[in-house]
Design a protein around this ligand. Structure first.
Ligand code: KG4
Ligand code: ZN
Length: 339
């Protein structure tokens, strides 16, 4: 009998549920919240209200697609943090009630560990290659930018991280400055593919070690565009693709320089990426180049497991289930954490 885990994710603005049989995915449903687009970013109060509306239909859909009844569930796994507290509370309360009602174990999951463990999700038709331990994971999302040394499923060490903005946040803020819709990352990615990445130069950080900084780049984009708009009010419109390509190239330069340094210092050549920004086509193609140049083994998650999803919560729940690492009903969600 396989272990059936229902995974529930509600840390930001996506309400998601997934069903997994051991590490094989059966269903993975996400309800995106379009409501935030007109505000140019996630509005926490609106996000938690939307989670309340979405959570039951999303879980129903996940169970139905997997053709699993709730009485067959072995455990419920949910995102305890980090994230927006109001959003987390919806998923946490629902998961606790469901686990208690069904009298099955409750499993708490760290969202950042789950982004990394998404590499271990298998699908029914193929068994994808999984990274072997130890590996390095560049986790790049809207809220986090980290290089993680992964020695085992739950033996993870952050060896470098951003000291200010996250990479996804930088994509989103640059897009906002240019008047592009939210979330900006995918829009910049699409426009960048038609532009010249070397046309414009922006500031890059000069900090020691393996940490990242993106606030100087953001300011440099802001001032550059402010000056150009004084000379030509249509500057952004006329140069949109080249601007996106140059901004994306700079963000990727900053990320990859540190990743190369981390690989050099640790001697590890198993390299994975995770998080929303790992969907970026420029990052994916530059990693493919590095694979040949450096002799790295590269692990890039399928697009469905890059941005927030519940499949990654379910698979993390599965590994915890095997270790019998169950959670207490009294654990409250947390907004911030490392691992
Ligand atoms: O992991 P995620 O869904 O949520 C967080 O945990 O933050 O990441 C969302 C971030 C957003 O900043 C979004 O703009 C970025 O991922 N993103 C991308 C792309 N797709 C999503 N950034 C660059 N290129 C993309 N294709
Ligand atoms: Zn995330």
């Amino acid at each position: 009998m396989p272990v059936y885990i229902l995974g529930i994710e509600s840390s930001c603005d996506d309400t998601a549920a997934a069903l997994i049989a051991d590490d094989v995915i059966l269903s993975n449903i996400t309800a995106n919240q379009d409501i935030h687009a007109s505000f140019g970013g996630v509005v926490p109060e609106l996000a938690s209200r939307a989670h309340q509306q979405n959570i039951i239909p999303v879980i129903h859909a996940a169970l139905q697609k997997a053709n699993i009844g709730k009485n067959q569930l072995s455990a419920v796994a949910y995102t305890r943090g980090p994230g927006l507290l109001g959003s987390l509370l919806v998923g946490a309360s629902f998961s606790k009630a469901l686990a208690m009602g069904l009298n099955i174990p409750l499993i708490e999951v760290n969202h950042l560990q789950a982004h990394i463990l998404a590499h271990f999700i298998r699908n029914t038709t193929r068994s994808n290659p999984v990274p072997s331990f130890p590996f390095l994971c560049l986790t790049v999302s809207g809220g986090h930018t980290q290089i993680v040394l992964v020695r085992d499923h739950f033996d993870m060490h952050i060896i470098g991280q951003t000291i200010d903005d996250a990479a996804g946040e930088t994509f989103d803020k640059a897009a906002k400055i240019m008047g592009l819709p939210y979330p900006g990352g995918p829009v910049v990615d699409t426009l960048a593919s038609k532009g010249d990445p070397m046309r414009f130069s922006f500031a890059k950080p000069n900090i020691p070690g393996l940490d990242f900084s993106f606030s100087g780049l953001k300011t440099s984009i802001l001032y550059f565009l402010r000056d150009q708009l004084k000379l030509d009010e249509n500057f952004i419109e006329k140069n949109k693709a080249d601007l996106c390509a140059s901004i994306q190239r700079t963000i990727l330069d900053i990320l990859l320089l540190r990743l190369e340094k981390a690989a050099g210092e640790t001697g590890i050549r198993e390299i994975a990426i995770a998080g929303g920004v790992s969907a970026n086509s420029g990052l994916r193609s530059r990693l493919a180049d590095l694979k040949h140049e450096k002799g790295w083994n590269i692990y890039i998650p399928p697009l469905a497991y890059t941005t927030d999803n519940a499949a990654m919560i379910a698979v993390t729940g599965y590994f915890k289930y095997l270790k019998k690492e169950f959670s207490s009903q009294s654990h409250a969600p947390y907004a911030r954490s490392s691992f």
